[in-house]
Design a protein. Sequence first.
Length: 223
Amino acid sequence: MRILLVEDNPDIGDAIESKLRATGHSVEWARDGESALKWVANGDWDAIVLDIMLPGKDGFAVLRELRAAGCEAQVLVVTARSEIEDKISMLDLGADDYLVKPFDLRELEARLRALMRRPAGNTSSLAQYGDLSVDIAGRNVSMAGRPLDLGRREFRLLEILLGRLGQTVLKERLMNQIFSQDDDVSLNALELQVSRLRKKLLGSSVDIVTVRGVGYQARYHEQ
C-alpha cells in the first residue's frame, strides 16, 4: 500500500513508519495538518493514518477538507480520545476506522489490511466480509441483506475480532474491552457472549474459532 502517515509525535511517528515499511508498504510522513493536505493534493494514496491532535489544523479539520476535496483513500484515525462522541464525529466526517492510543503496531497494520479489503472508493464505516456487512458507525450487522439482532457486547466482540481478522485475541483483552471494571463477571460471561455471537453468525462467511486456553479468532472464508 501507499500510505500517508500524519503524526506530530516523533517517537510514535518513527515507530509507525518503521513498522509499515518493514511490512512492505510505501510511507510518506507528514508532521502537521497543512503538510498532510499538500501531500493529499499531490499524490494518490491507498490509506491515510491520521492523528487527531496535530499542530495548526487538527485531524478533524484535515479529515473534513480531504473528504471535501474528493480524496477517497481509506482513513484510519489514531487518537488519544476515547469518548464515543469523538469516535462518532470522526466516522461521520469520513473516517473509515479508528484506533485509540496506546495501541499495538501489529493491530494498526492489521486494521489497514482490513480497510483495503473494502470495495474501492468506499469511504463509509461499512465493512464487507462476504455476505456479512458490518456498519461500525451505525452499529448494524446484516447477513445476506438480513439484519442481525446483536446486543451491545456482542457487537463490540465482533468489532474487536474483525479488527484482528485471522489473529488470536486474548481472553483477558476481550474481558477488559467488553466489560467495564465495575462489572463483577468471570470468563463464563465472555464465553456466553461468544456462544451467542456464534449462533447469530451461523451460515455467514465469518467463523468465531476458539484457540484453546488462549482466546478467540475471527476467520473469513469464501462461500
